[in-house]
Design a protein. Structure first.
Length: 329
C-alpha cells in the first residue's frame, strides 16, 4: 500500500535503527594497507601529494607494521623503491632486494600480519615502464614474464603471504603460478590486478613509488577506461591461469565494473581505492569543502556495496580507528 501507510523513513529515524537494518557493512577485516619501503635507516618521508602517507626505511616500516597489526588491520601490501634502477628492473627480483628484506623483517616482528607483495617492474626500471623494452621502445610482454615470475618467487620465498602481479602483461598469472609451484611455493595465493585501467587517478602513487614513466604512458598494456566487457575477459583469463583473488583498480570510478566482476566470479574480489581517490578527498577536506571522515567512509561503503570483499586503501588506519570508536556514518 502507498503512502501514508508505507513510510520507509520509520526505519531511518534513529542511529540504532539505521545500524540494525544496514545492508552493507564496512569492517576492519576488509582492509589492506599499502606501504612504501625505501633504502636507508630511520627514514620516514611524507609523500607531498598524499598527506599522511610515507616512504619508510625497513626499520620504520616494521614499527608501522606493529601499529597496523595493533589496529586490527589484517594485511599490508608492499611497494619497494630500490637502491638503484636499471633497464632490466633487477632490483625487483633480487632475492636480497628491498622488498624481500622488508618482508623478512615484518614477518619476524609481526608474524600474524599478512604481508602481500606487489609484483611489477615499474618501480625498479630506469625507464619507469612495467617490463623490458624492445629496441623500438615498446614493452616486451613475453620477455618480461620470467622476470615477474622471479620476483614473485623472491617475495614468496622471503615469507610473503600473497603475491600481487600488477603489470598487466598477458600470461603473467600463469607464469607466476608455474614458477611458484616449481619452487615448492604452491601454497602462496596470487592476488591478480585483473582489471587494471590506464587511469589518471594514479598520479600521486607515482610520487610515492617513484615510478613515473620516463617517456610515453602505459595505455598500451593497461586497460582503456572506456571498456567494461574487456574487464570480464581479463578476469576470466587470470582465473584460468591460476589467480586466487581478482582485483579491480581503481575502485571508485569503476564501481560498475566491480559489480559486474562480483556477479561473474566465485572467488574473492578486491578493489584498490587508489592514490588519486585518496588525495582528492584529503585535499577537499583540508580546504573545508567536505567532511573528510564521512566522505572517506561513504566512499569505502560504496566500494563494498558494489561487491568488493577486500579494499586496498590508504585510509585503512583511519578507518580502523573510526570503526573502533563505533563511527559508521
Amino acid at each position: 500500500m502507498p503512502y501514508p501507510t508505507q513510510r520507509p523513513r520509520r526505519l531511518r529515524r534513529t542511529a540504532t535503527w539505521r545500524r540494525m537494518v544496514r545492508e552493507t557493512r564496512l569492517a576492519v577485516d576488509d582492509l589492506v594497507y599499502p606501504l612504501f619501503v625505501v633504502p636507508g635507516e630511520d627514514v620516514r618521508t611524507e609523500v607531498k601529494s598524499m598527506p599522511g602517507v610515507y616512504q619508510m626505511s625497513i626499520d620504520r616500516l616494521v614499527r608501522e607494521a606493529v601499529e597496523v597489526h595493533g589496529l586490527g588491520i589484517p594485511a599490508v601490501i608492499l611497494f619497494g623503491i630500490p637502491e638503484h634502477k636499471d633497464a632490466e628492473g633487477s632490483g625487483g627480483y633480487a632475492p636480497d632486494g628491498i622488498v624481500p628484506r622488508a618482508i623478512r623483517a615484518i614477518k619476524s616482528e609481526v608474524p600474524d600480519l599478512q604481508v602481500w607483495a606487489d609484483v611489477c617492474l615499474c618501480e625498479y626500471t630506469d625507464h619507469g615502464h612495467c617490463g623490458l623494452l624492445t629496441a623500438a621502445g615498446e614493452v616486451d610482454n613475453d620477455a618480461t614474464l620470467p622476470l615477474l615470475a622471479a620476483a614473485a618467487v623472491a617475495y614468496a620465498g622471503a615469507g610473503a603471504d600473497a603475491v600481487a602481479p600488477s603489470d598487466m602483461m598477458d600470461g603473467r598469472i600463469g607464469a607466476v603460478r608455474a614458477a611458484l609451484d616449481d619452487d615448492g611455493l604452491s601454497q602462496v595465493p596470487i592476488v591478480s590486478y585483473a582489471a587494471k585501467y590506464a587511469s589518471a587517478f594514479y598520479g600521486p602513487f607515482r610520487d610515492a613509488a617513484e615510478s613515473a614513466p620516463a617517456f610515453g604512458d602505459r595505455r598500451a598494456y593497461q586497460m582503456d577506461p572506456a571498456n567494461a566487457v574487456e574487464a570480464l575477459r581479463e578476469v576470466a583469463l587470470d582465473l584460468e591461469e591460476g589467480a586466487d583473488v581478482v582485483m579491480v583498480k581503481p575502485a571508485g570510478p569503476y564501481l560498475d565494473v566491480l559489480r559486474q566482476v562480483r556477479d561473474a566470479v566465485d572467488v574473492p574480489v578486491a578493489a584498490y581505492q587508489v592514490s588519486g581517490e585518496y588525495s582528492l578527498i584529503q585535499a577537499a577536506a583540508a580546504n573545508g569543502w567536505v567532511d573528510g571522515r564521512r566522505v572517506a567512509l561513504e566512499s569505502l561503503v560504496g566500494i563494498r556495496r558494489a561487491g568488493a570483499d577486500l579494499i586496498l586503501t590508504y585510509f585503512a588506519k583511519d578507518v580502523a580507528r573510526w570503526l573502533a570508536e563505533g563511527s559508521t556514518e
